[in-house]
Design a protein around this ligand. Structure first.
Ligand SMILES: Nc1ncnc2c1ncn2[C@@H]1O[C@H](COP(=O)(O)OP(=O)(O)OP(=O)(O)O)[C@@H](O)[C@H]1O
Ligand SMILES: [Mg+2]
Length: 474
């Protein structure tokens, strides 16, 4: 449904202004027309009172056949009406025309209207069928008759209509001018509001979720005496608080990142030492009790796993810190061929299928990191699916980008962890993953590496169909 009112504040204010002015014009127009009419009718009444029914009285003589005794039209203005009533019946009625009288033919309606005129010496408006509207006054004559004298109302109506016409033109022009000037004025007054809106919109576009955010500066010219100024001041204060909070959050993120990077870096050496010593002890010649050998083997295996974990954490911390990647030409076709060879060797129970374009596909980036990302996807397809699963690796080129799809017909990823599967330490089966040595960092690394290359990593999964897609700018 269309809204009847203009929905912008500017439109509403302008429409309101014009509507109020229109109301005021209407009130002025009606009042002046009524006042003018009242004044002019009052003048007519005065004239009628002054004439004192002279013209009507002179009609009395007309009844006589003497030509010299014609009604006295002298001093009577044009269209003056006179009538003589005897016992409520009109006996004579005439109107002054060209300084002489002329008999007026009256209808029954006119006669009864004349008979109803109160005899109070005051003016009353009546309508005569042949003459139109008249202002009449009735006075008692000498011979028990009634003298009615009237003056036409149409000059009064004409004057009032003329005033109304002039006012209509004037007021229309005033309304038009107010509409245009008002719209401009409102526009100028609301200009600071547009600045506030633009600033709020600018902030809403900022990626506030994480990282260091450069907030726009405060709004200038915020006069607290105006409403828009108060809004601007409030917005500035809010932006100040938001900026403060974001700066503190960024600092804490940075601290955490440094801590993770430092901790994993510091852990590398002791873990490597533990592993080295365990291996050394295992190489000990001579009899080593079986339990001791088993324990040493466990220490070696766990420290190996810990080395991987520490390396993954360090890599993530470095990618988080935005460390620049190598920018070299990477032959993705070759990279995928090698990765699939490795996967085939590690998982001979799976069926590994390749779908590569004829021409070698290259991208610019960090070969080592990309290999790690694709290797992680293949390792997942191997470790999280039963033997006999078919894994298809497809490389294709699209509009300015390159896509790598790793699809398997394994059991799929539970729906509840799908939205966060690229997060850290996210695993479907925690209990099992501990025994298989998975940490839940593999896909986080895929995501971080691909994002650092300006690409995207996505997942679609249902039982029997799981596809990870990496899209890189080509
Ligand atoms: N192809 C797949 N089929 C079924 N589940 C998968 C597949 N790929 C990943 N997952 C599920 O997603 C989880 C997260 O994978 P991710 O690679 O991040 O961690 P991980 O493989 O458990 O450990 P890591 O890779 O660090 O050794 C896995 O634990 C697994 O439950
Ligand atoms: Mg994995």
């Amino acid at each position: 449904m269309k809204r009847p009112l203009p929905c912008t504040l500017r439109g509403q204010l302008t429409a309101g202004l014009v509507a109020l002015l229109a109301l005021a014009c209407l009130a002025v127009g009606v009042t002046t027309a009524l006042a003018l009419r009242g004044f002019l009718v009052g003048r007519l009444d005065e004239q009628l009172a002054a004439s004192g029914g002279r013209f009507a009285a002179s009609l009395e003589h007309e009844a006589r056949p003497d030509a010299d005794n014609r009604p006295d039209t002298r001093g009577q203005s044009e269209s003056t009406f006179g009538a003589r009533l005897l016992n409520g019946t009109t006996t004579q009625a005439a109107v002054v025309h060209d300084a002489t009288d002329r008999t007026v033919r009256l209808t029954d309606g006119d006669r009864s209207a004349l008979a109803r005129v109160p005899v109070d010496g005051n003016g009353h408006s009546i309508h005569l069928s042949t003459l139109g509207k008249y202002r009449v006054t009735a006075v008692n004559g000498d011979d028990g008759d009634l003298m009615i004298t009237g003056l036409p109302l149409h000059p009064v109506e004409e004057t009032v209509h003329r005033l109304e016409a002039v006012e209509a033109v004037l007021f229309s022009a005033a309304l038009l001018a107010t509409g245009i000037a008002g719209a401009l004025w409102v526009r100028i007054s609301l200009r600071p509001l547009q600045k506030v809106t633009a600033r709020a919109a600018e902030v809403s576009q900022l990626p506030l979720a994480s990282g260091e955010i450069a907030m726009p500066g405060p709004l200038p010219d915020t006069d607290p005496r105006t409403e828009v100024g108060q809004l601007g001041t409030a917005l500035n204060q809010m932006l100040g608080h938001v900026e403060d909070a974001l700066t503190r959050r960024h600092a804490s993120e940075e601290r955490l990142r440094h801590f993770a990077a430092d901790a994993s870096h510091e852990l590398r050496t002791p873990v490597a030492n533990i592993r080295g010593h365990a291996e050394l002890a295992l190489r000990h010649r001579g009899a080593v009790p079986a339990e001791v050998r088993h324990a040493l083997e466990r220490i070696g295996g766990e420290s190996q796993r810990m080395t991987r974990l520490v390396d993954d954490l360090l890599l993530l911390a470095r990618l988080d810190a935005g460390r620049p990647l190598e920018q070299e030409l990477v032959d993705l076709t070759l990279l995928i061929l090698n990765a699939t060879d490795d996967a085939r060797a590690a998982g001979p129970g799976h069926h590994w299928l390749l779908d590569l374009p004829e021409e070698p596909v290259t991208v610019t980036g960090d070969a080592h990191r990309l290999q790690q990302a694709i290797g992680n996807l293949l390792a997942n397809a191997r470790t999280h699916t039963p033997p006999g699963t078919e894994v298809t690796i497809t490389l294709s080129t699209g509009e300015g980008n390159v896509q790598v799809d790793v699809a398997d017909d394994g059991p799929g990823i539970p729906e509840e962890i799908q939205p966060e599967v690229f997060g850290r330490f996210i695993r479907a089966d925690h209990a099992r993953s501990r025994s298989t040595g998975s940490t839940g960092l593999g896909l986080a690394i895929v995501h971080a590496v691909v994002t650092a290359h300006g690409g995207t990593a996505t997942l679609t999964s249902r039982p029997g169909h799981t596809t990870f897609r990496i899209t890189l700018p080509g």
